[in-house]
Design a protein around this ligand. Structure first.
Ligand code: SF4
Ligand code: SF4
Length: 453
């Protein structure tokens, strides 16, 4: 069951207008530049600096609590990071060049790197230093600036949005969790595509550019690599592409054909949700201090444990769970690598709900900093909107566990259902899903223990 929401005339007009996406991107770019300026010249006190408060509390809350679960990759469609590079590539801001021509060296990304391994590495790199980045305005500014410089350089050398597709550390997990969203962009009828030799959605036309994300919309089967930029809605001459409202998590119902890089992304995200919950909001201040003391022997120990948990311990435990299921019921002609990758789809709802639960605890507690920072973004004593006097007030702190528990239980229920479905689609008995179910249950209980403690 799905409904083509972009066929509603007013929505179709909005999505086909070149101004809507451009204006939203320009707006996010304005906030992005302000965050960088605040980080470079504003107060070093994180809770009074626009860069820290608006990136790591307001934007993060918007992304994890609203956009990802309900709108998938919508953020990627209006993200400011690739915008300057893309405008340089197009040598245009709003209206397209004739034929959707791009000005770039147009190099192709190496075949061996056409996956999300580099995004996994980039995310781990940022996550390892996150206690510093999340609390130090200058570090946040330098990271944001670094992202933008790499995105511009990539746009000038490589074709289209190679940066978003293969490099952006944020894009990797947005793509993974976008599979849960109740929306999807797909073609309406693949037979029409087969008969349309020009394939203007991929090559571009006078109406717009070929898919910036290097995908052929007619071949899309999940949300992971569509950045919802709406370009193909403008360039499809057959009115054959639509934005659909669909059953949440529809992409995950096909529990075969997943890849190892996606599996590792799911494991890394789950491990990081655990580590952040322990280090950043847990009761052990010494852990937070150690994670911030970059370069000290204690920090190197922390970094070693962090990497071991992400790359070996959690993947190892998950491998044992999948291997246990294989021992219970040997599927016909399925390798351990395929089973491991396919069962890892269970980590998508589990991981997203873990991040939602983690984010609820610090977003609701710290959101009120946003009101005073709006009036004094640099911490220079301004009072632009008259809100600088609004004091820090945690929102509904007593209710947070009552929100976290159901959220985590929804994730666990979806994970167990997916584990059973994976077993069935691989021709295993339902008991083969038991070890992965135990893994997911243990992860949920661990998180619950941390939040309720
Ligand atoms: S332009 Fe439209 S009809 Fe043609 S191949 Fe692309 S999606 Fe299909
Ligand atoms: S498939 Fe369409 S909406 Fe998705 S990234 Fe490509 S052009 Fe943009």
């Amino acid at each position: 069951m799905r409904y083509a929401i972009s066929d509603v005339p007013i929505i179709k007009r909005m999505l086909r207008s070149r101004w809507l996406q451009w204006s939203l991107t320009a707006l996010t770019l304005l906030f992005f530049v302000l965050a960088i300026i605040a980080g470079l010249v504003g107060t070093p006190a994180g809770n009074r600096n626009f860069g820290i408060v608006f990136v790591w509390i307001v934007w993060w809350a918007l992304l994890i609590l609203l956009l990802l679960p309900f709108a998938g990759r919508l953020w990627c469609g209006v993200c400011p990071i690739p915008a300057p590079g893309e405008w340089l590539q197009r040598r245009a801001l709003v209206q397209p060049r004739p034929g959707g021509k791009l000005y770039t060296l147009g190099k192709q990304w190496p075949r061996a790197l056409r996956n999300i391994w580099l995004q996994n590495v980039g995310f781990l790199g940022v996550a390892l230093f996150s206690t510093v980045i999340l609390t130090t305005p200058l570090a946040t500014a330098l990271v944001l600036l670094g992202f933008m410089i790499v995105a511009i350089g990539t746009s000038l050398v490589f074709e289209r949005r190679t940066f978003c597709r293969y490099l952006c550390p944020v894009g990797g997990f947005i793509g993974l969790y976008s599979q849960i969203a109740p929306i999807e962009l797909r073609v309406k009828d693949t037979a029409i595509c087969a008969g349309h030799t020009e394939k203007t959605c991929y090559t571009g036309s006078d109406e717009g550019y070929g898919c910036p994300w290097l995908v052929f919309p007619g071949g899309l089967t999940n949300n992971m690599s569509c950045g919802l930029c709406t370009e193909c809605l403008k360039t499809c001459t057959r009115d054959n592409i639509a934005l659909f409202v669909r059953q949440p998590g529809a992409d995950l119902l096909k529990t075969t054909g997943h890849k190892l890089d996606e599996a590792y992304k799911g494991l890394i995200m789950l491990a990081c949700a655990f580590i952040y919950s322990t280090v950043l909001i847990g009761p052990w201040g010494v852990l937070k201090e150690t994670a911030r003391a970059v370069g000290t022997p204690g920090w190197f120990a922390y970094a070693g444990i962090f990497l071991a948990l992400n790359l070996a311990i959690l993947p190892g435990l998950f491998w044992l769970a999948v291997r246990g299921g294989q021992w219970i019921s040997q599927p016909a002609q399925t390798t351990m690598r395929k089973l491991f990758s396919d069962y890892a789809a269970t980590l998508v709802p589990l991981g997203l709900t873990a991040w939602i639960a983690f984010s609820l605890s610090f977003v609701l507690v710290n959101f009120s900093y946003a009101w005073s920072v709006l009036s004094d973004p640099l911490g220079w004593g301004w009072n632009l909107l008259g809100t600088v006097g609004l004091k820090w007030t945690p929102y509904i702190p007593g209710l947070i566990p009552y929100l976290q528990v159901p959220v985590l239980l929804i994730g666990l229920t979806a994970a167990i259902a997916l584990a059973l479905r994976t077993a069935r689609q691989h021709g295993q008995t339902p008991w083969a899903a038991a070890p992965v179910t135990v893994f997911c249950t243990a992860a949920t209980l661990g998180l619950l223990g941390l939040y309720l403690a």
